[in-house]
Design a binder for this molecule. Structure first.
Ligand code: C2O
Ligand code: CU
Ligand code: CU
Length: 534
């Protein structure tokens, strides 16, 4: 049934991808025209530039002093091609980071060595449906799944993580997440800080028991609101700090938390300089006093420490915001009900001020970097070309019946799509996401929470965000921290707001997901398929 799902012992037999010709993008096909007729007949046209073995496996890593923490992690190994295509993080559950160039063809042989079924999803990448890590493609322990695709996305930070139905939250929490960093010629010309001066930062939160083991979801209420950890973990480490020089760095941030939202800022009040978001570089740098950072979003930041003295310490923090943002109208509280008895006093609630990481300026050096005023150029989608400009598709994210998080009152169905989830290949559409319209039944507004909306397979443009007046303090706390200038695959849909996005379906037809990236919401079924029809 599924040609990619093969048992280890069958692996040598596997050589043909019979559907490759129909699925590969035209750009790839034309690049392959020189392939021999016999190759074409066998369908054996995929010759990768890079081949990687990626394994999900149990491990024990040091996070806190004392006992090691049992985790699941991905380990990557380059089998063919440039060895720098994979960067493993040392003694950490996080990673690895893929480093590839747009246009490269990559084969990833994924091996499952954990005790649950799983599958890998390439978050933000434009790949054929069979390569996207749909939960129906999960493999069991001991099995392999072979991914083959051409890297078609713009230079930027993308990422990957498990995507089995109703176990994505716990599997990501156990440690399974890595980066997929793409470069391209446009980016290379900019001479942005690179090598040691380019620093990936994956921000997460975790709770540990007295033996340093991970604790996940303490109460049914936390399952409903989303997991919030007691400690901030950056790149798999607590109390994360960097020793840097007084010059310019490029920080590549991923909010890899299951549900926590951050209000990112520099502790000294310097505005943040952003050069890229989910789908790569912006046209021009943008400055903000703070950034609204929802789960799964990425920010590409230029940090200039040239004005800092030797010995200076700068912290990246999350500013306080109204705790009501964790939902339940404040009544049922702040996301960690039922945990009071633990008696720990360093439990950060949603909205508490947090230190994310510290930067110690060790050496005074001369700084030669000048940030270009123009960073990238790209073709804009035109709203007027949307086939549904007069009647955007509407997706209502909210609490449905039976206290479940739903999309248009529906939860996930593995194999089906509704009529309103079918789109046509090679069309542009407007999708409107609404949080808090309708479904104000008995529980009413009490069950409004922010939903980090994510759509697979596409990078889209945010056309507008509209606030409809129900949740002033939440809107005010976050509204100046959005960056909607570039391409996005995930955005935070605040309570009492709606957001219209413009998206184009190209190259591949088939089934893809869209969902809430609060992973507990997703696991509860706040996820649906959409179908791109020929
Ligand atoms: Cu990052 Cu469907 O997910
Ligand atoms: Cu995704
Ligand atoms: Cu949600």
């Amino acid at each position: 049934m599924n040609d990619y799902k093969i048992k280890r012992k069958d692996f040598l037999k596997y050589s043909v991808a019979p559907f490759a010709l129909t699925l590969l993008p035209t750009t790839f096909l034309s690049a392959c025209e020189s392939n021999s007729e016999s190759d074409k007949k066998s369908g054996n046209v995929f010759s990768p530039d890079i081949e990687v073995e990626l394994t999900a496996h149990p491990a024990a890593v040091s996070i806190l002093p004392g006992s090691k923490t049992n985790v699941w992690k991905y380990t990557g190994k380059v089998i063919k091609g440039n060895n720098d295509s994979i960067q493993n993080f040392e003694d950490s559950y996080i990673g690895p980071a893929f480093r590839v160039k747009k246009g490269e063809r990559i084969r990833i042989i994924f091996k499952n060595e954990i005790d649950e079924s799983t599958i890998v999803h390439w978050h933000g990448l434009h790949v054929p449906p069979e390569m996207d890590g749909h939960p129906k493609n999960v493999i069991e322990k001991g099995e392999e799944y072979v991914y083959e695709f051409e890297v078609m996305d713009r230079a930027g930070v993308y990422w990957f993580h498990p995507h089995p139905h109703d176990k994505t939250g716990p599997q990501v929490y156990s440690g399974l997440a890595g980066l997929f960093i793409i470069t391209d010629d446009e980016e290379i010309k900019l001479n942005l800080p690179s090598g040691e001066d380019e620093i990936p930062l994956i921000i997460q939160d975790r709770t540990f028991d007295s033996d340093n083991q991970l604790v996940y979801l303490n109460s049914p209420m936390e399952r409903m609101t989303g997991f919030l950890g007691e400690k901030i973990v950056v790149n798999g480490k607590i109390n994360f700090s960097l020793d840097l020089d007084s010059k310019t760095y490029r920080l590549r941030l991923l909010n890899g938390s299951n549900s926590r939202i951050y209000k990112l800022a520099w502790s000294d009040g310097t505005p943040l300089t952003v050069i890229g978001t989910d789908g790569g570089l912006l046209e021009k740098p943008v400055k903000r006093d703070y950034l609204t950072f929802g789960p799964a979003e990425r920010f590409d930041i230029i940090a200039d420490f040239s004005g800092k003295k030797q010995g200076a310490i700068v912290r990246l923090v999350s500013l306080p915001f109204p705790s009501q943002v964790s939902g339940m109208g404040g009544m049922m509280g702040r996301g960690r009900m039922g945990m009071m008895q633990r008696g720990d006093n360093d439990l950060p609630e949603m909205g508490d001020e947090l230190n994310l990481l510290s930067i110690n300026i060790i050496n005074k050096v001369t700084n030669n970097f000048i940030l270009p005023a123009e960073i990238s150029s790209f073709e804009e989608l035109n709203t007027n070309n949307a086939v549904n400009i007069n009647s955007p598709r509407r997706f209502n994210f909210g609490m449905g019946g039976h206290m479940r998080w739903t999309i248009n009152n529906k939860t996930f169905e593995m194999d089906s799509v509704a009529e309103w989830e079918k789109v046509k290949l090679n069309t542009t559409e407007i999708w409107e996401f609404v949080n808090g319209a309708g479904s104000r039944g008995m529980m009413g507004g009490m069950m409004e929470m922010p939903h980090p909306v994510h759509i697979h397979n596409v990078q889209f443009k945010i056309i507008n965000r509209t606030y409809n007046g129900n949740s002033d303090n939440i809107w005010d706390a976050f509204k100046d921290g959005f960056i909607d200038d570039g391409w996005k695959d995930s955005f935070l849909l605040l309570p009492g707001t709606s957001t219209q996005v413009l998206l184009r379906f190209k190259d591949y037809s088939g089934i893809y997901l869209y969902h809430c990236h609060n992973l507990e919401h997703e696991d509860m079924g706040m996820m649906r398929n959409y179908l791109i029809e020929l």
